[in-house]
Design a protein around this ligand. Structure first.
Ligand SMILES: *Cc1c(COP(=O)(O)O)cnc(C)c1O
Length: 392
């Protein structure tokens, strides 16, 4: 290869990867929007009703969170200046962790930069190539990345098939793995259905497996005082909650025993070698945590609207899978037809993004609708009108 050629060719793999995605209708590109309030956004000069955000309680635009972010910034600055173990461990980080632990009914909590990073680095710290992991087929990419990076053996059981999970656990418990772990979500991000947390606890206890639950879409929305589906359950060894969704902010935390917290502080590179969350973010999370336990009325409204949405979609002949949360899929099947529906909705001022493989299984491309407690009857009516115009 000449010097000239080697320069021209070194990004061949990029051309191939992009061409492949275009061909499979999987090419992704960034679309920018400007938020207006909890439910409306500007997109290319048009005002769209947003059904694709995870701001389930509308808190990202709440004046109390905005004010707390500003107050914390004035007091503590814009950055935390160092990692927690060096000089970035401000009193506000520690106080927020104590408050989170208490709110979840757990011994302790530890903050992470994001849900993605928490899942990757915590699983990496808990697993090694001698470990064996069992995970639901539909878990989030961040969990899979963490398990893969650890080198652990892993098996994916059919979605919510706990009989299959038990068979796998039984078989593995007679083999020589150093530890077993069950990894799943409490609410599945693309289907909007729930795990049976009590049954998972029974299985984990029966086979001595570590139980790791990702509560990203339940925290703030479901469970006692809105603290998720795995709160007040010390038998769930680790629960990851995120702050970028119902909390309206950014970041993540794990709730666990004090001993596990010590272990993570010492053994998680993604905790040790990264700058602490910035004061503005801590302020917003803290304010959200004060509000969330008292938002039962908003949560009831959200539950009611979600049921209403599913009823109407099903009456139109769409499958909403087993959704029973604020996440309601409209399963279309083919990627091209799903994009077409998304575009038809956008022409009617509705932002409802198409979710395609590999984010969801082959043949199950969908519009993933996510409701907020700020969506009112009139907003849903606009969505139904747009959908009916497309069907008919
Ligand atoms: C969104 C999400 C994450 C990632 O959280 P971020 O804080 O956005 O990085 C992790 N797990 C699940 C199930 C999610 O839906």
């Amino acid at each position: 290869m000449s010097i000239e050629n080697s320069k021209a060719d070194k990004f061949d793999f990029v051309d191939r990867a992009l061409a492949e995605r275009v061909e499979q209708q999987r090419f992704r590109s960034l679309q920018s929007v400007v938020p207006i309030d909890g439910v409306w956004v500007w997109k290319q000069g048009r005002k769209l009703l947003n059904f694709s955000a995870n701001d389930y309680l509308g808190l990202s635009k709440h004046p109390v969170l905005i004010e707390a972010a500003q107050t914390y910034t004035h007091r503590y600055g814009t950055g935390a200046t160092a990692s927690r173990l060096v000089a970035g461990n401000y009193d506000i980080h520690h106080q927020l962790e104590e408050k989170l632990a208490a709110a979840c009914g757990r011994e302790s909590a530890l903050l992470f930069s994001s849900g993605f990073q928490a899942n990757m680095t915590i699983l990496g710290a808990l697993l090694n190539p001698q470990s064996c992991v069992f995970c639901d087929r539909l878990i989030h990419s961040s969990l899979i990345q963490g398990i893969r990076a650890s080198g652990a053996r892993f098996y994916r059981y059919a979605h919510s098939d706990l009989d299959q999970l038990e068979r796998l656990l039984k078989k593995a418990s007679s083999q020589s793995f150093d530890r077993l772990m069950i990894v799943t979500e409490t609410v599945f991000s693309m289907d909007g259905d729930r795990s049976d947390v009590d049954a998972l606890i029974r299985l984990a206890n029966r086979y001595g497996a570590i139980l790791y639950l990702d509560d990203a879409h339940a925290i703030g929305v479901l469970g006692k005082r809105g603290m998720g589906l795995a709160a007040f359950q010390p038998d769930v060894d680790l629960v990851v909650g995120t702050f970028g969704k119902a909390f309206g902010a950014f970041g993540a935390f794990v709730a666990c025993s004090r001993k596990l917290r010590d272990y993570l502080i010492n053994c998680c590179p993604g905790f040790i070698y990264t700058t602490a969350l910035p004061p503005a973010v801590i302020g917003a999370i803290d304010a959200a945590l004060d509000l969330i336990p008292n938002l039962d009325t908003e949560r009831q409204h959200l539950t009611k609207q979600s049921q209403n949405l599913r009823d109407r979609l099903q009456a139109m002949g769409y499958s909403t899978l087993n959704s029973d949360t604020q996440i309601v899929p409209i399963v279309v099947g083919e990627s091209a037809r799903t994009l077409e529906l998304s575009q038809a909705l956008e022409a009617k001022d509705i932002l409802a993004v198409a979710i395609r493989p590999p984010t969801v299984p082959e043949g199950s491309a969908r519009i993933r609708l996510a409701l907020s407690s700020q969506h009112q009857e009139e907003h849903l009516e606009r969505l139904f009108e747009a959908l009916e115009a497309y069907v008919h």
